[in-house]
Design a binder for this molecule. Structure first.
Ligand SMILES: [Zn+2]
Length: 475
């Protein structure tokens, strides 16, 4: 019905057809791409219509001191987060159409008054051109591409997921100890951290590498055995959690919540691995839209483009960490997406950009802009830099023109338009008879969503930092 390669090429083509604004300079700048794809079964269920409904690019994340009390700035501009926010904008318009009696591609009336449900035969996929930052990026180096010997597979790794995270990690380490006998010095070197800016990439440091840069052959000599190592991330553990051991195969802890990687000022934004895991339990629609929905909206699959990738680490980061969460309120469930990888590479990723780079072009760097495109009727394209509309002058900061249409405050205002367009008799019960004013008020009033979040936090993510309340009190 659909394949990972079809999904990837649909997303890459969609990106190619967007205007140039905000795109990376070929051969010098790289970026990351993520998208949400709407799947609609045909009436005979023999074909599936695939449509990109939101696409995002971006590599940056702002520091804590730049956050806005008015919800005006995008704190987190990693492609995955931009694509999710654009999708919330799209879903808000689809709900607006539904409540105002127009046709919607997504929603139909639910069984309860004032609630809506996703139409039968409609579902959503998430695509990301790279392994999400944070926990999914942490896995033992196996050096498959550069490995002259076939790595030895450990039998115990095959059923590791069932035995829980700790034992899975142990088995991964064991597999690597057995498999990683010999490694060339520059394996995965294209994934090295390249700049001083914040980025979203797997950092590979092969300590104790072969200085002669030659491929070694399979000889069981002790001096040629390299110490096993992990792919590393610049994403630090969240505050108050035990620190990473920072040594060899236990360099990082497995399964930990992490903030976004980067060398600048500390950020409060959680890694994309953590956010994807959260969407797998709470849905990706957010607290506000959950007022209108009978059940959260989940991704049925996550497709990753060709990149440095480890299936076990993806499973652990996105699924296993939350798989035991219980006592969720009505409509919510642990919704583990299928995880698949495409063989098609995003032509603007770091590796590809490096291969096309010429020395006359200056240093390779991550593209500073973030592109959001979503399938809405007005202004579908929204290009930002440093969390504000790209190109705004310093003087214009704080004005309406400087705000991204996917900023908290703009998404909130779109939601308020939806509420205003809803007939009193069709207003969701959770919004009736309450004196709600601020963004915080409307989020807190989404009772079932908040209950689900409490359960997820208690059972899986007790260290997830709370957003400072004063940053959510705008109206
Ligand atoms: Zn990320």
């Amino acid at each position: 019905m659909w394949s990972p390669d079809e999904v990837a090429s649909l997303c890459y083509n969609h990106f190619n057809n967007l205007p140039k604004r905000g795109k990376p300079e070929a051969g010098r700048e790289w970026t990351l791409l993520a998208a949400v794809i709407l799947l609609t079964d045909s009436s005979d269920q023999k074909t599936v219509h695939k449509q990109v409904v939101s696409l995002g690019t971006g590599t940056k994340c702002i520091g804590q001191s730049a956050m806005s009390m008015k919800g005006e700035i995008l704190n987190d501009s990693h492609a995955e987060v931009i694509a999710r926010r654009g999708c919330v904008r799209y879903l808000t318009e689809q709900l607006y159409r539904a409540v105002s009696g127009q046709s919607s591609d997504v929603f139909c009336p639910g069984s309860e008054e004032g609630k809506w449900t996703v139409k039968s035969g409609v579902s959503f996929l998430f695509f990301t051109s790279q392994t999400p930052c944070g926990d999914a990026s942490i896995f033992p180096m196996t050096g498959n591409q550069a490995q002259p010997c076939e790595p030895v597979k450990s039998i115990q790794s095959e059923d590791s997921e069932r035995r829980g995270l700790k034992r899975q990690a142990e088995s991964e380490l064991e597999e690597t100890r057995q498999g990683q006998r010999i490694k060339t010095s520059d394996s995965h070197s294209s994934h090295r951290k390249s700049g001083d800016t914040e980025e979203h990439d797997i950092i590979t440091e092969n300590k104790g590498s072969n200085p002669s840069n030659k491929v070694l052959h399979c000889q069981p000599e002790v001096e040629k055995v390299q110490p096993p190592d992990l792919h590393r991330t610049g994403a630090k553990c969240v505050p108050d959690s035990p620190a990473d051991p920072l040594q060899g195969l236990v360099y990082h802890r497995f399964g930990a919540l992490r903030v976004k990687p980067g060398r600048g000022e500390r950020t409060l934004s959680l890694s994309c691995s953590d956010k994807l895991a959260r969407w797998g339990v709470l849905g990706f629609q957010g607290a506000l839209l959950s007022h209108y929905l009978e059940a959260p909206v989940y991704f049925r699959a996550v497709v990753v483009g060709k990149c440095l990738y480890n299936h076990q680490a993806m499973q652990r980061a996105l699924k296993t960490r939350c798989s035991d969460v219980r006592d969720l309120p009505s409509g919510f469930s642990v919704h583990a997406p299928e995880i698949l990888q495409s063989s098609l590479e995003f032509p603007h990723n770091h590796t590809h950009t490096e291969s096309k780079h010429t020395h006359t072009q200056g240093r390779i760097s991550p593209c500073g802009a973030a592109i959001s495109w979503c399938a809405v009727s007005q202004q579908p394209l929204d290009v930002t830099a440093n969390g504000y509309k790209q190109g705004v002058t310093k003087k214009a900061l704080g004005t309406l023109q400087a705000r991204s249409l996917i900023s908290k405050v703009e998404l909130f205002h779109s939601f308020l338009k939806l509420v205003a367009a809803t007939k009193d008799s069709q207003l969701p019960e959770s919004l009736c008879g309450k004196d709600l004013k601020t963004y915080w008020d409307y989020k807190q009033a989404a009772g079932l969503y908040q209950q689900a979040w409490t359960q997820l936090r208690l059972q899986a993510f007790p260290l997830w930092p709370r957003s400072p309340r004063e940053l959510l009190l705008f109206s």
